[in-house]
Design a protein. Structure first.
Length: 122
């Protein structure tokens, strides 16, 4: 039953990623992949909040498995961020490529920690 819930949540996360990425690309067309950046950072913040609920407030572990592994796993996309980093470098935008890679990592980890911290304070 948990596997089915993870599958459904993952499908919802993937569709949400598709919609969010399209909306960001339409609103801010640029070679920098801001849609993927926003998706990964927001997904990490959500995962941090879910982990915080489980760790600090005793929420059922199944929430983290279903929403964290399922939804956040389908929503966030490290592989696309890595591909887009390489694509920027191939376009001779090495500085932007490096900044995007480091910025994605720092912002995502910070968002996750902030999500946990906000839930810990609550």
């Amino acid at each position: 039953m948990i596997a089915l819930a993870v599958m459904m949540a993952g499908a919802l996360g993937a569709v949400t990623r598709f919609v969010v990425d399209g909306a960001v690309r339409n609103r801010w067309p640029t070679t920098t992949p801001w849609g993927t950046f926003a998706i990964n950072v927001s997904g990490c913040a959500l995962l941090g909040m879910l982990a915080g609920l489980v760790v600090f407030h005793g929420a059922p572990h199944e929430w983290q498995v279903i929403a964290g592994t399922g939804f956040c796993g389908g929503y966030t996309t490290f592989s696309t961020a890595a591909f887009e980093t390489v694509r920027l470098a191939q376009r001779e935008e090495r500085w932007r490529s490096g900044a995007y890679a480091v910025g994605t990592l720092v912002a995502s980890v910070t968002a996750c920690a902030t999500g946990m911290w906000v839930v810990w304070l609550a």
